[in-house]
Design a protein around this ligand. Structure first.
Ligand code: PMP
Length: 368
C-alpha cells in the first residue's frame, strides 16, 4: 500500500503485501473454521494439516532428503547455539561412552560476530572448543571479519562432536560461496572422512534465498524465520535422523541433561508439537513459502538475489572509484543478503541515510 516504505531491515524484515493481506484474513478466520489463527488450537486438524504443508513446502523447495527431519521450534538462532551443543554432545556420549570429557572437541569456524557468539555459548556450557579457522587471524585482516578464510586456513579435529559454521554473517556481511569451486566455499573436502559428519550450519539470514550446498551432508541446519520467511518466533531445523538421540540415556552416561524444549528427540517424536508452537509465525511462514513455490521456488530466488547483489556490488564499486563508498568485505566473500559498507566523508553517512529515508528507503543503517 502507499503508506509502506522499502524496508531494508536485516531482521525482522519486509514481508510481501499480498501475504500480509492474506494473514489479516487468517487472523479473523483460519481455513474457514470461523476461528482466527491466533486463537485456534494447535492440535486442531486444520492446524496440524497446515504444519505438515509447511514441512513439505520446505522439503520440496530445498530438496531435503528422507534422511533428514524438518522440525519447528522457538528460541531463535540463539536457542540453537545451545541446543546443537547439547544434542550433539549427547550423541557423542552415546557413540563413545567411555571417552573423557577433554576428548570431546567441538570445531567452530569463526567468520563473524554470530559464529563468535555460538563459540561463546559452547564455552559457557563447558564444552571444549577448537577454533578450526578464525577470519580475524588471517594476515591483512587487521583483526576484522572481512573475508571467508581460504581453504588452507582450516584445521579440523579427527572426530569432533560437531563442526560449526555460519553460512551468512548478518552483521559483518560475509557469506560462504554456494559454488564448490569458489575459494570462499565451505571446505567440505577437508572434513574428516565420515558418512555421518556432525556438520552444523547457521542459515539464519540466508535460509530459502538460494540452494544449500551439500545439504544431505549436514547434521543440523537451523534458521530463525524472521529474516527471509516470516515473523520472529519460529525457528526451523533440518536434522539428520542419527542426530535425534535419546538425550536422557546420554545424561545417564554423564552427558549434560538437555532441557526438554531443546531436545531434538522430544520435538521429533511429537511432530514439532511437544508444546504450543508459534502458531501465527507458522501461518505467515506458510503463506510466504506458498508464494515462493508459485514464483518458482529457491531457483527463482537464487536468480533474483544474484541480480540484486550484482547491481548493488557494481554500484558500490563505482562509488569506491569515486571515493564515495568503501566496502568492508573483500571481493569474493561478500554476502548476497546484507552488504556492509561505509559512506565516506564528514557527516556523509547521516546525509546518505536521511536522503534514503526521504526516498522511502528505511532500515539501511547497519549494526552499531
Ligand atoms: N545467527 C545469525 C546469522 C543471525 O543473523 C541471527 C540474528 N540476527 C542469529 C543467529 C540470532 O538469531 P535470533 O535473534 O533468532 O536468536
Amino acid at each position: 500500500s502507499d503508506s509502506r516504505v522499502i524496508n531494508f531491515g536485516a531482521g525482522p524484515s519486509a514481508l510481501p503485501d499480498s501475504v500480509l493481506d492474506e494473514a489479516a484474513k487468517g487472523l479473523l478466520n483460519f481455513k474457514g473454521t470461523g476461528i482466527g489463527i491466533a486463537e485456534i488450537s494447535h492440535r486442531s486438524r486444520e492446524f496440524v494439516e497446515y504444519l505438515n504443508e509447511l514441512e513439505s513446502l520446505i522439503r520440496i523447495q530445498l530438496d531435503v532428503p528422507p534422511t533428514h527431519k524438518i522440525l519447528f521450534t522457538q528460541g531463535g538462532g540463539t536457542g540453537q547455539f545451545s541446543a546443537v551443543v547439547l544434542n550433539l554432545l549427547a550423541r557423542h556420549r552415546l557413540l563413545h561412552p567411555d571417552l573423557p570429557n577433554e576428548g570431546r572437541t567441538l570445531d567452530y569456524v569463526v567468520t563473524g560476530s554470530w559464529s563468535k557468539k555460538a563459540v561463546d555459548e559452547a564455552r559457557r556450557l563447558g564444552a571444549t572448543v577448537n577454533i578450526a579457522a578464525d577470519a580475524r587471524k588471517l594476515s591483512g585482516s587487521g583483526k576484522l571479519f572481512q573475508e571467508i578464510p581460504p581453504h588452507d586456513a582450516y584445521t579440523f579435529s579427527p572426530d569432533p562432536v560437531l563442526i560449526y559454521y555460519c553460512e551468512n554473517e548478518t552483521v559483518d556481511g560475509v557469506q560462504f560461496s554456494h559454488k564448490d569451486s569458489a575459494p570462499s566455499s565451505f571446505p567440505f573436502h577437508l572434513l574428516p572422512k565420515s558418512t555421518l559428519l556432525p556438520l552444523v550450519a547457521d542459515y539464519s539470514s540466508s535460509f530459502m534465498s538460494r540452494n544449500i550446498p551439500r545439504l544431505a551432508d549436514h547434521a543440523v541446519i537451523f534458521a530463525g524465520a524472521q529474516k527471509n520467511i516470516g515473523p520472529a518466533g519460529l525457528t526451523i531445523l533440518i536434522v539428520r535422523q542419527d542426530c535425534i538421540v535419546d538425550v536422557d540415556a546420554a545424561a545417564k552416561l554423564g552427558a549434560i541433561p538437555v532441557p526438554i524444549t531443546m531436545s531434538f528427540k522430544a520435538l521429533a517424536d511429537a511432530n514439532s508439537l511437544y508444546n504450543t508452537p508459534s502458531v501465527l509465525p507458522i501461518y505467515i511462514a506458510g503463506l510466504v513459502l506458498q508464494r515462493s513455490k508459485e514464483l518458482g521456488g529457491v531457483q527463482y530466488y537464487e536468480e533474483l538475489n544474484r541480480r540484486k547483489a550484482q547491481k548493488l556490488y557494481d554500484t558500490l564499486k563505482e562509488g569506491e572509484a569515486k571515493g564515495v563508498f568503501r566496502g568492508k568485505v573483500k571481493e569474493g566473500s561478500g554476502s548476497w543478503m546484507n552488504v556492509v559498507f561505509d559512506v565516506l566523508g564528514e557527516g556523509a553517512e547521516a546525509r546518505f541515510l536521511n536522503g534514503a529515508e526521504e526516498q522511502g528507503l528505511k532500515g539501511l543503517k547497519g549494526h552499531r
